[in-house]
Design a protein around this ligand. Structure first.
Ligand code: HEM
Length: 214
């Protein structure tokens, strides 16, 4: 779908709304979580008003992050399945990162790096959800033996730090590839951007536009 400025719709409104809601919920969940993990960051626990409020809201916000990611999973999983051509992307990672012209890579809606990140985010949120529910003192923690709670705390910490690092990488790549953040903000990208970064996806869009005319 294109608008009058000849741009291509990359991300629909409902998907963008979900993504930016996810960003807000993730930020509060991650900052309050970090405040308990590193004593030097304990001042962050006032990010949700008071430390007590942070304790209460952190699990609910975490569930909101999980639900938003379920929606993203439904909308985007099929664009993130791996194909043979993804191997070429990994082989040409140097050209991709340095924005050098190399062989054609046949990149679909998301590139191989984005796909890896997508599945790692999904795996991390599943670990965070299960371990987080087990540790939730108000409702579930009493049903588990102490060894299981210790394992849950360990898994929650590793997955939490892992997800924060993945998201920092995700933000960095968003800033590196000029035009992708505005794509997620407005929904639209230029034809040049689409052709340059996601050539196979661009061909598919063009073919779909030309199909009714043929
Ligand atoms: C300030 C923070 C963030 C920025 C600037 C940002 C930026 C972006 C951008 C630009 C895209 C679209 C990429 C493209 O069109 O090629 C995107 C997609 C996406 N983002 Fe974010 N993001 C942020 C935080 C998050 C967080 C916290 C999560 C999850 C916990 C997340 C999960 C996703 C997912 C799942 C996609 C779809 C990618 C795919 O399907 O492979 N983002 N983000």
């Amino acid at each position: 779908m294109t608008d009058k400025n000849d741009r291509i719709l990359r991300t629909k409104f409902v998907e963008r709304l979900c993504h930016w809601t996810l960003v807000a919920c993730f930020m509060f969940t991650a900052l309050s979580g970090l405040s308990w993990f590193f004593p030097s960051l304990s001042w962050l626990n006032s990010v949700l008003g008071t430390p007590q409020m942070a304790r209460i809201l952190h699990p609910f916000l975490g569930i909101a992050v999980f639900l938003a990611l379920c929606f993203m999973f439904i909308r985007f999983a099929h664009h993130n399945t791996f194909r043979k051509t993804d191997l070429a992307w990994f082989r040409n990672i140097g050209n991709v990162l340095m924005m050098r012209k190399g062989p054609r890579l046949y990149i679909g809606k998301y590139n191989a790096g984005q796909k890896v990140l997508f599945w790692l985010i999904m795996a991390a949120i599943c670990v965070l959800l299960v371990s987080g529910l087990m540790m939730w003192r108000a409702y579930f923690a009493e049903y588990f033996p102490i060894w299981a709670l210790r394992l849950a705390i360990l898994a929650h910490s590793i997955a939490g730090i892992g997800l924060i690092l993945l998201i920092l990488g995700h933000i960095y790549m968003g800033l590196w590839v000029r035009g992708s953040i505005s794509g997620m903000a407005t929904g639209y990208v230029s034809r040049k951007w689409a052709h340059h970064h996601h050539d196979r996806w661009y061909d598919e869009i063009k073919a779909a536009e030309e199909a009714p005319k043929a």
